[in-house]
Design a binder for this molecule. Sequence first.
Ligand code: F0G
Length: 459
Amino acid sequence: MNTIIEPFRIKSIEPIYFNTKEERHAILEKAFYNPFLIHSNEVLIDLLTDSGTSAMSASQWAGIMMGDESYAGSPSFFRFEKTVQQITGMPLVIPTHQGRASEKILFSIIGGKGKYILSNTLFDTTRANIEYSGAEGVDLLCEEGKYPAIPAPFKGNMDTVALERVIAEKGSANIPLCIITVTNNSGGGQPVSMQNIREVKRICVANNIPLFIDACRFAENSYFIKIREEGYADKSVPEIARELFSYADGCTMSAKKDAFANIGGFLAMHNELLALHCRNLLVITEGFPTYGGLAGRDLEAIAIGLNEVMDEHYLQYRIRSIEYLTNKLIAAGVPVMQPAGGHAVYIDSKEFLSHIPVDQYPGQALVSALYVAGGIRSVEIGSLMFGKYDAKGKLIPAQMELVRLAIPRRVYTQSHIDYVAEVIIEVFKEKAAIKGLRIVEEAPVLRHFTARLQPMTNG
Ligand code: F0G
């Protein structure tokens, strides 16, 4: 059989909210052309994020009822701890309320002025937490990862030549950590190969730099290794994940992605002293070490989700569903990141809206157009998210201007995805009418969440 079906039946449903183009136009204007300011019941298909938006399984809901809410020593914690230990091989497990809480704790301890954190690509919250500590984040993405239209199997890889060069330049004493994001969310959801992780590890060991994994999408990355990297076809996903984690000294995790949970995260590691420092901060900011920022029921849902996510029928369907939308868009000539990533489709808005200069935020303009045309909510991953200003206030643009359509896990069916493709292709045909945007208000950090924009009147 060629048809890959959703490997689940639907037991409980939620309504889709319908509205008209005219209504959406008014809503968008009121939300200052920022999708984060639109209410979710004003959205038809919500592809803003795959984070915290998964449908939980019957087992997870059953686990929720089993949650033990004791302040200290809850059995739910020990089930959670054992699951994370088994998957990662890391003995020290620290629960947090979500990924960025793990990042905040980690970088408060190891970051600081004069320090450099090296990565394939840091996600926005990771970068923000590094910079907030006073340290500098350095993205060292492989060359092929920088060109959306050129397909390659592992476009999330770190540039290991650049890694050695930057270590030599900055001095390993100033580099407390190297962190690899799997899959590379900001760079198109592209996977990192085992070979690359091994090579990064070798360089880190030679320079006495610990290696961490930002493990949000570890199962999707492991599945890509299985189907794309030589020597892994016959290995199971848990085996591949275990090998991937074996090269790391620790990891940060958002359980809102590859754990099918609506909230949660953790830090896991080998180093006792670092774990002690982390737990000391945890008690102040998150909670006692056997619950972190979570309820016992959340710990249960995460533990169950972490095992469910490695099911190969699920991962085959998951990766295929992203590829399905990507291929439909490619067939219609829409410029997208190739090949398909693990959790989202990324449109190259610089190419899609080539008449809009980068300082008029083509990505945000496309996000706006998709919302008005079909009620689809997406997110810009470009100069609004990552742009900086130079001393004269001129925009230093991001490497790429992408629009991400993140697919929530186990939530939408094929007909929803067909509808999404239809809307995008319709907008593509009428792209000449789309105007650029300008920022009228912005915050100093993570400005994309709250920025207010307006359409250009002359462009
Ligand atoms: N690292 C990566 C690679 C992420 O994608 C995210 C979140 C985080 C860390 C932070 O985790 O949200 O639990 O605090 N990404 C979401 C997204 C928000 O939409 O891609 P968190």
